[in-house]
Structure formats: C-alpha cells, structure tokens
Design a binder for this molecule. Sequence first.
Ligand code: NAD
Length: 274
Amino acid sequence: MTKTVTPEVHATTSLSLKGKLAVVTGAASGLGKRIAEVFADAGANVVIADMQLDAAQATADAISRKGVKTLALAMDVTDEAAVDQGFDQIQKQLGPVDILVSNAGIQIVAPIQEFKFSDWKKLLAVHLDGGFLTSRAAVRQMIAAKRGGSIIFMGSVHSKEASRLKSPYVTAKHGLEGLAKVISKEGAAYGIRTNVICPGFVRTPLVEKQIPEQAKELGISEEDVIQNVMLKDTVDGEFTTVDDVAQVALIFAAFPSNALTGQSLVVSHGWFMQ
Ligand code: NAD
C-alpha cells in the first residue's frame, strides 16, 4: 500500500504584538531592556518602568525610534502607591495594559548565618511584593478592558534549584511560581494567561556584580565562579543571553489562548532539565 505523505506546512509565523500595550518592570537594564526592545520590534507599545528614571528614559527614547509608543516611568515596585499610580498614569496615557513582564529584581549573596534580616526583607519585597503589586494592577486593568492579557514573571533556575549564599533569592523565585499558578487559575475566565521564565546565568549587571562577591565568599577566583559555580552544570559551558530570554518572553506574550498558562520554561543551556 502506498503511504500518503502529507506535505509539511512550513508556516512563517512571526509573532506579532501589534497594537498591544506591554509594561516591563526593571526595563532600564539587562533582561527587561532587551525584552522591551524585542516587544517593540514585534509591534507593541512599551512602558519602561524602573527605579532608575534616567536610564528608563534613555531606553524609552531609543525604542521609540522603532515607531512604537513608549513611556518611561519611575516606579519602585515595592511601593503600593507608586505602582497603583503608575498603572493609572499608563492607562490614561496609553490605554489598558495587555502584557505585563514583572521582571525587576536584585541579588544579595551571603551565607544564611550572616544574612541580615533587613537584606532578606529587601530582596523578598522587590521580587514578591513587586510581583504581587504589579500583577494585581495589571489584572485589574485586564479584567475591566475585557480583552484578556498575558502576565509573565521573571523566575530563574532558582525557581527550581537551590544554590549556596542565595536564601532569599531562591525563596522568592520559588514563590513566584506559586503566584503565577494562582493567577493563571483566577485569570482564566478573563483570558488572562500567566507564565514564568526561568533563565540560567545571563551576564547582566546583576550577575557581573555577583562574580567578585561570590569569589570572596567562596574563597575562589572569579574565573572559578564562572566555570565551576555558574556554568558547571550547563550542557555546553555557555551563558544564556538576554536575547534568548526575550524570545521566550515574546512567545508567552503572543500566545493566543489559555492552552499555555500556569507554566514555567527554563532557558539555561540545560543547567536544569525538567
Ligand atoms: P539588572 O540589574 O540588569 O536589571 C534589573 C533592573 O531592575 C534594574 O534596571 C533596576 O533598576 C531594576 N530594579 C531593581 N529594583 C527595583 C525596584 N524596587 N523597582 C523597580 N525597578 C527595580 O538585572 P537582570 O539580570 O536584568 O535581572 C532582571 C530579572 O531577571 C531579575 O528578576 C533577576 O532576578 C532575573 N534573573 C536574572 C538572571 C541573570 O543571570 N541575569 C537569571 C535569572 C533570573
């Protein structure tokens, strides 16, 4: 019997965010900045929300040359009033939010016996209070606008794995997975999808700062921190890049249905395998 071969359809689907409004927190630098650029390339209008207003403005100015609308906003994601007022301003100037990337983050490393309680609270506030406050504000607008939406949390391989010296960071990144799962359940009726990106090490300012700090704490060279701590368990000894992470963010942002919700995707050169 002759087997019928169905020709493969190679659809050239470029993911479009045309007409969507995306808010990216911590977008003055590193991963958030690249995500904002990639979203603009896909046609989205973007809000660059960050504590560093000058750097946020510079990013917004550069992105606006791509022909999309941008807004730079001074926002401390740990401050309830600042987040709520910021989202009000966004709605007034650009309309309701379609996509939130809750990305702002910090890192503080120390052994647990030396970890200051103030540093523990500061780190949890940026990642967890920030994740809650920004997603609550975005969900409110998405429900009212009745056009669904996509919420993306910036997790980490540390949403899955632990490393020495990072007690609050690992705690916070695990916590974001729980928050994402709850919002994906509560948001489903409104077409709000919620997912988590879990990158391996990416050479942003957040990581550059950690290399000498970890070398000091662990009593090893900076090269050893890179090779034997950060990249030790990857399949190829390579750093993940800002672009790798931004492309995953684009998939989560553009995906059209609730089929892809409540998920986390690890982008780490195989450091962590599900
Ligand atoms: P980065 O330091 O380059 O950028 C972080 C940005 O967040 C900065 O612009 C900073 O001003 C902003 N920010 C910090 N606190 C804030 C606050 N309270 N309110 C508003 N903005 C604030 O760092 P990055 O590496 O791009 O990190 C971005 C996110 O990615 C973080 O959540 C981080 O935990 C996560 N992440 C990073 C890596 C990595 O290897 N770089 C890996 C996994 C996850």
